[in-house]
Design a protein around this ligand. Structure first.
Ligand code: ATP
Ligand code: MG
Length: 428
């Protein structure tokens, strides 16, 4: 029989790798809480129609990348490829879309793509959505938030690219002359882009093909079709970013992969990532909620790819927290006492490991050493019978050990000694 393996593009995150994930997630959650952003959790599985309507049929995500299947009731279901459409649906369905809200979500997303470094079929995103906000200041806050989150994780070589896509009207005006240009210049484009002319012409701007990029230099610019209002919005955005000293680069070809964006679009890339350089993508989507059947609700958001974030985050986040107390124990009475003691110690902010091996004391000591435990508690039946245990504190910096014998009588009165005991001072 063949060995069973995971599906291509999915990975197992093993305990050692998860230390970094957990440290990164902890910082993310702290930053989000400090910015008063609340969590929302939506199902991973949705009706396929949600993404077709929400993201747009001509997009890569919908046309090529979705995990879609019929369930046993013959309903077409899709594993979510992104979070915004689901959040919009949930808000409409729960009658919440007209409230002002700042929301975040985090979890797995699924896209059928060619796996490579920083690109998987099951990957993870942190997304933030500001719902009901239409002022330029909300665009600025969302960009600043993404920028600061990445900064808080110590990520270097960050570049912020911004663009404006105008509103629907601006885009229609632009599209007319862009389509004329495309018809004339069709043959200078790569095949993929040629196919997009009828399906999703705006996406051609985003093509990575060098020949197409070169040809596009002479194409009409969306920027020149913006209304006065859209222009003002964009220049206000830039002014505000300058006030906050957040450096940006304008990229007129930045259109983002999903259909629902309006006005502000942005991406944050890192030079340290190689070819899959975008760690964060976001933008304004003022028409999405209305298009999906909800009230007219402006909104803006971003998503950070966690795999790429983990690749970028510093090595110091890979270091596990050391064990504070390792409980070495052997013998019938000692073992039940040790169990009791470990439960009590876990009421404090201590990382306590109870040795369950039943191995010799020396083996247990070795294990405690390997874990660099800051202290050990030793309980053998001799000690247990005498109503005491031994605590040994290791001061690794000076290579010194201290030993203390603790008597507990009938009950282990931890409260009494733990608060003024060296143990806590050393371990914290
Ligand atoms: P890309 O151009 O890299 O395909 P995208 O425009 O499709 O990105 P978005 O839909 O904007 O990506 O998603 C936001 C972020 O999620 C990306 O910037 C990236 O960090 C991450 N991401 C997207 N697709 C994947 C994937 N298949 N594997 C890992 N991370 C991904
Ligand atoms: Mg993509």
């Amino acid at each position: 029989m063949n060995n069973l393996k995971n599906l291509r593009g999915t990975i197992d995150l093993l305990p050692d790798q998860l230390i970094k994930w957990q440290n990164v997630e902890k910082i993310l959650l702290e930053q989000l809480a400090r910015a008063s952003i609340k969590e929302i959790r939506t199902p991973i599985l949705e009706m396929t129609e949600l993404f077709i309507r929400g993201i747009g049929e001509g997009t890569d995500v919908v046309s090529k990348e979705m995990y879609t299947f019929l369930d046993r009731g013959e309903r077409s279901c899709t594993l979510r490829p992104e979070g915004t459409a689901s959040v919009a649906r949930a808000l409409i369905q729960n009658g919440l879309s007209s409230n002002l809200q700042k929301l975040w979500y985090m979890g797995p997303m699924f896209r059928y793509e060619r796996p490579q470094a920083g690109r998987q079929r099951q990957f993870h995103q942190l997304g933030v959505e500001f719902i009901g906000y239409d002022s330029v200041r909300s665009d600025v806050e969302i960009i600043a938030l993404a920028w600061d989150i990445l900064g808080k994780l110590g990520i270097k070589e960050l570049n912020l690219e911004i663009n404006t896509l105008g509103d629907l009207n601006d885009r229609l005006n632009f599209q007319k002359s862009f389509l004329e240009w495309l018809e004339i210049n069709k043959n200078s484009l790569d095949l993929d882009s040629q196919n997009r002319i009828t399906k999703n012409p705006l996406r051609i701007l985003d093509s990575k093909n060098i020949q197409t990029q070169k040809a596009l230099e002479n194409a009409p610019r969306l920027f020149n079709f913006l209304s006065e209002e859209s222009h003002k919005r964009y220049s206000d955005l830039k002014k505000n970013l300058e006030v906050l000293k957040i450096p940006y680069v304008e990229n007129f070809n930045l259109v983002r992969g999903l259909d629902y964006y309006t006005h502000t679009a942005f991406e944050i890339t890192s030079g340290a990532l190689g070819s899959q350089a975008t760690v964060c993508g976001g933008g304004r989507y003022d028409d999405l909620i209305k298009q999906m059947g909800g009230p007219n609700t402006p909104a803006i958001g971003f998503a950070i790819g966690l795999e790429r974030l983990i690749l970028l985050a510093g090595k110091e986040l890979e270091i596990p927290r050391n064990t504070d107390i390792y409980i070495i124990n052997q013998g019938l009475i000692a073992e039940s006492l040790a169990m009791d003691l470990s439960r009590k110690l876990r009421n404090y902010d201590l990382l306590v490991e109870l040795d369950l091996s039943g191995a010799s004391f020396s083996k247990q000591f070795k294990k405690a050493n390997k874990l660099k435990s800051k202290s050990v508690i030793v309980i053998g039946d001799d000690e247990a019978v005498n109503g005491e245990f031994i605590i040994r504190l290791f001061d690794r910096s000076v290579n010194e050990n201290e030993e203390e014998v603790i008597s507990f009588g009938n009950d282990i009165n931890l409260e009494k000694w733990i608060n003024n005991n060296l143990l806590i001072k050393r371990c914290s």
